[in-house]
Design a protein around this ligand. Structure first.
Ligand code: AMP
Length: 227
C-alpha cells in the first residue's frame, strides 16, 4: 500500500503515519524527521535545510524530491510506504508522480487530515519532542510520567525550534499557500480521502482506515491491500 498524508503542521500526520505503518507493515517516511536528523548530524543536507526550517519555510523542491526518491527505493519500502510531510508543493507531487510512474508503483490514496487553524496553534505551541527518540508529548494533553523526560527512552523533552508560536503561524501560512493546492491536485486524480483530524489518535486512525476502505479491527497484512 502506498499512501500520502497531507494536512497542516500539527494535524497529527506523524502519529497517524506511524500507526498506519505498523498496521499495514509499510515504511513510515517522514521528511521532517529525516531533515531534523540531518540537522542534528550536521550533514551538508542538514546545514542547507536548517536555514529554511528555522524560519518555517520549505526546503527547495529539488532537494526534497531527491531525498524521498532515494528513501522509497529502500528495502523496507518494498511492501509500501506512508509519506508524512511530503509532498508539500505541486512540483514535489509531480516529482513523486514521475518517480512512481517510472517504477510502476502508483499511489493508492492520499489522506487529507482536516484540522482548524486554532487547534493547530494550540497543539503545536504545547508540543514537546523527545530529543532522544523523537516521541511527541503535549504540555496539557499528553504529559510524560516524569516531567521533562520521555516515557519511552528517558530522553530530554524539548520544544522544537519551529514550534514557537510565531513560527507556527508562519508554517500555517506557508501550508495554506503552498500545500493546500495539493488537495485539489489529488482530488482531481480521484485519490483524495478527507478525514477530520480532531478526536483521539485511535478515533482518527479508525476514520482513516474506514476512508481507505479497509476493515478496522485486527491488524491487516499490508500485502496486496487496496483501498
Ligand atoms: P514537519 O516536521 O513535517 O512539520 O517539517 C518540519 C520542517 O521541515 C518544515 O517546516 C520544512 O521547513 C521542512 N520540510 C519537511 N518536509 C518538507 C517538504 N516536503 N518540503 C519542504 N520542506 C520540508
Amino acid at each position: 500500500m502506498r499512501l500520502v498524508l497531507v494536512g497542516p503542521p500539527g494535524a497529527g500526520k506523524g502519529t497517524q503515519a506511524a500507526m498506519l505503518a505498523a498496521r499495514f507493515g509499510i515504511a513510515h517516511v517522514s521528511t521532517g524527521v529525516m531533515l531534523r536528523q540531518a540537522v542534528q548530524e550536521r550533514t551538508p543536507l542538514g546545514q542547507q535545510a536548517r536555514r529554511y526550517m528555522d524560519r518555517g519555510e520549505l526546503v527547495p523542491d529539488q532537494v526534497m524530491v531527491g531525498i524521498v526518491g532515494e528513501r522509497i527505493e529502500a528495502a523496507d519500502a518494498e511492501t509500501g510506504f506512508v509519506l508524512d510531510g511530503f509532498p508539500r508543493t505541486i512540483p514535489q507531487a509531480e516529482g513523486l508522480a514521475a518517480i512512481l510512474a517510472r517504477d510502476g508503483r502508483p499511489l493508492d490514496a492520499v489522506v487529507n487530515l482536516v484540522v482548524p487553524d486554532e487547534v493547530v496553534v494550540r497543539r503545536l505551541a504545547g508540543r514537546r519532542v523527545c530529543s532522544g527518540c523523537g516521541a511527541n508529548y503535549h504540555v496539557a494533553y499528553d504529559r510524560p510520567r516524569v516531567a521533562g523526560r520521555c516515557d519511552r527512552c528517558g530522553g530530554q523533552l524539548v520544544q522544537r525550534e519551529d514550534d514557537r508560536e510565531e513560527t507556527v503561524r508562519r508554517r500555517l501560512e506557508v501550508h495554506n499557500r503552498q500545500t493546500e493546492p495539493l488537495v485539489s491536485y489529488y482530488r482531481e486524480q480521484g485519490l483524495l480521502r478527507e478525514v477530520p483530524g480532531t478526536g483521539s489518535p485511535e478515533a482518527v486512525q479508525a476514520a482513516i482506515v474506514e476512508a481507505l476502505g479497509q476493515a478496522t479491527g485486527p491488524r491487516a497484512t499490508g500485502r496486496g491491500d487496496r483501498p
